[in-house]
Write a protein that binds this ligand. Sequence first.
Ligand code: AMP
Length: 210
Amino acid sequence: MNIVILLGAPGSGKGTIAGRLAAEDASMKHVSSGDLLRGAVAKGTEAGVEAKGFMDRGELVPDALIARMIKDVIAETQGDVTMLLDGFPRNVAQAEILAATGAPIRSVVLVDVPDAVIADRIAGRRTCPNCKAGYHVKALPPKVEGVCDRCGAALVIRKDDNPETVKDRLVVYHRETEPLIAYYEGKGLLRRIDGNQGPERNAAAFKAAM
Ligand code: AMP
């Protein structure tokens, strides 16, 4: 098992890229910390109950809470698998926790998208609550409006995708997560791609960079 970290702001397209690569290559596994947390919230687990308020406010959940979930996924992922880690780590403390697991990090790819583009992207974002596929009303619409192409479930707008919370999430990104760029650059692991090329070319650029 080896790990490729997707770094980038909320709405930069990390989930779309990882979802595409995992769908076309069985040796790749998409692990989204946000999806793990939303799953826990939906199930009403103890972790989910603790996480919900932070998520609704666009804040980071406590490091220990999300780290426990990620460590469990790492422990259960064996064999010749590349884990596409989307949304974790979100700060330097989490990066240190990940390093301490000893799981080999192959590369860290920064999906670069200007803040001005992010708001528009998130405003049109639709998500499948069942299979987690992501859509955009203009850039990546489903075949039938409001219905997931992959599994037929009704698409939803994430609660934290409202304009106010998105602003807060971007502030958190710049303050907490952006320092990881220098952190991983210092370790010689960082690559960058332009995340503003459209879903297909973004995924191809990512694959070439990782
Ligand atoms: P995402 O789906 O990656 O945009 O994450 C949605 C929300 O889940 C974030 O705004 C945070 O509240 C929480 N979250 C996801 N990943 C992490 C993480 N690594 N550390 C702390 N909170 C996280």
